[in-house]
Write a protein that binds this ligand. Structure first.
Ligand code: PGA
Length: 266
C-alpha cells in the first residue's frame, strides 16, 4: 500500500520572512499522527529557513530544480550535492514551467510562451539521474499542453515524457521516483483535470513504468496529480487508486488550504 505524498511547490514565492510566517501558521494545523508525507519545495534562498523552522517536524525539504553536474563553471546553477547539504530529500525535475515549449501555439493560454527555461526530455533525464545518484528523490513532472490534449496526444506525450526521463535508470531506482502528472492547461489556471481523467492518465504513467520495468516496479512508484489542487477537490482526487499524492502550487502558499489538502489524504 503506497502512502500519500503531498508536496508544496512554492515556485518563485517566499522571502525568508514570508516562509517563516507561512510555516508558523501551517505547523499547528497539521495532525502529527497523520502518516501522509509532506514535502515543501521553497525557492533556493529560503531552503535554510524552511529547514530551521521545520526541524523536528514531519515536513521534508525539497528543491524546485537541480543541475546535473557536481560543480564547476555553470553560473547560477545548483548541484545535487549542494541540495543534499542544504537538507533536501526531494527535488522537482521537469516542471512544465521549466520545460521548453517555445513555439507551441496555445491560443487559449495567456501567452505563447509556456516555459522560460528550456528543459528538454534529455536534460530532465540528466537531472533525474543526477538526483538519484545523490540519494535525492526526484519528483518528475510530465504533462500535456491544451493543444496536445485537443489533438488526442495526451497519452503519447505523458508516456513518452515518462520513458524519456527514465533512460539509464534501474528498476530499483525507478520505483523510488515520485512521478507527477501535471497537465499544463491545469497549472495555475484554476482548471482542474476531472478526477477520473487524472486517475486514468496517472494509470498511463504507471503503464509506461510497467512497460519498462514490469508490474512490481510500477506498483511501487508514487504518482501525484498536480494542477489547481485545492481543498475542495483534493479529497476526490486523492481517493483515486492511481493518485498517490498531490503537487500543489498556489494552494500551498495558504497555510489553511495546504493543511486542508494534507488532511484530505485517505
Ligand atoms: P497550481 O500549480 O497548484 O498552482 O496549479 C501546480 C504546480 O505547478 O505544481
Amino acid at each position: 500500500m503506497r502512502n500519500t505524498i503531498i508536496a508544496g511547490n512554492w515556485k518563485m514565492n517566499g522571502t525568508r520572512a514570508e516562509a517563516e510566517t507561512l510555516l508558523k501558521e501551517l505547523l499547528p494545523l497539521l495532525d502529527p499522527t497523520d502518516n501522509t508525507k509532506i514535502v515543501i519545495c521553497p525557492p533556493f534562498t529560503a531552503l535554510a529557513t524552511v529547514q530551521t523552522v521545520t526541524e523536528g517536524t514531519e515536513i521534508e525539504l525539497g528543491a524546485q530544480d537541480v543541475f546535473w553536474k557536481d560543480k564547476g563553471a555553470y553560473t547560477a546553477s545548483i548541484s545535487p550535492k549542494m541540495l543534499v547539504e542544504a537538507g533536501c530529500r526531494y527535488v522537482i525535475v521537469g516542471h512544465s514551467e521549466r520545460r521548453g515549449r517555445f513555439g507551441v501555439p496555445e491560443p487559449d493560454f495567456d501567452s505563447n510562451i509556456l516555459a522560460y527555461f528550456g528543459d528538454s526530455d534529455e536534460t530532465v533525464n540528466r537531472k533525474l539521474r543526477a538526483a538519484l545518484a545523490n540519494d535525492l528523490i526526484p519528483i518528475c513532472c510530465v504533462g500535456e499542453t491544451l493543444a496536445e490534449r485537443q489533438a488526442n496526444e495526451t497519452d503519447a506525450i505523458v508516456s513518452g515524457q515518462t520513458k524519456a526521463a527514465l533512460v539509464g535508470v534501474s528498476a530499483e531506482e525507478a520505483g523510488t521516483v515520485v512521478y507527477a502528472y501535471e497537465p499544463v492547461w491545469a497549472i495555475g489556471t484554476g482548471e482542474t483535470c476531472a478526477s477520473e481523467e487524472a486517475d486514468r492518465v496517472c494509470g498511463v504513467i504507471r503503464g509506461a513504468i510497467a512497460e519498462l520495468y514490469g508490474y512490481e516496479t510500477s506498483e511501487a512508484a508514487h504518482i501525484q496529480y498536480g494542477g489547481s489542487v485545492k481543498p475542495d477537490n483534493a479529497k476526490e482526487l486523492l481517493a483515486k487508486p492511481n493518485i498517490d499524492g498531490a503537487l500543489v502550487g498556489g494552494a500551498s502558499l495558504k497555510a489553511a488550504d495546504f493543511a486542508a489538502i494534507i488532511a484530505a489524504a485517505p
